[in-house]
Design a protein around this ligand. Structure first.
Ligand SMILES: [Zn+2]
Length: 104
């Protein structure tokens, strides 16, 4: 049986996204760290035919690190909307926990 990694509470505290997880731990991730860890293709690149990932040069603006809101996707991921309109990054709960320094 696998532990279900689900947030029981998500809120913004200062410039951090604070998540309380159903199994106990809490994680705090700054907006900047969160945005820089955005796993979408335009931030992280996609592997080419040889499996080589060319990391694109990402330009951030003053509003890039403003978290406007988020959506929960299918009970497994969180999709933030950023001040500059970027909203294609899907952060799985597993990934969010790792970003917050909590092992599974
Ligand atoms: Zn992105």
């Amino acid at each position: 049986m696998t532990t279900r990694l689900a947030p029981s509470n998500i809120q913004i505290i200062g410039n951090e996204l604070a998540i309380a997880w159903e199994d106990g731990p809490e994680t705090f991730t700054t907006f900047e760290a969160l945005r820089k860890a955005c796993p979408c293709a335009s931030c992280c690149g996609e592997p080419d035919a040889m499996g080589v990932v060319m990391r694109p040069e990402v330009r951030y603006t003053a509003t890039s690190f403003e978290l406007r809101g988020w959506q929960l996707i299918g009970g497994y991921a969180l999709q933030p909307t950023w001040g500059d309109g970027h909203a294609t990054g899907l952060f799985t709960f597993r990934y969010l926990r790792r970003l917050g320094g909590v092992a599974e």
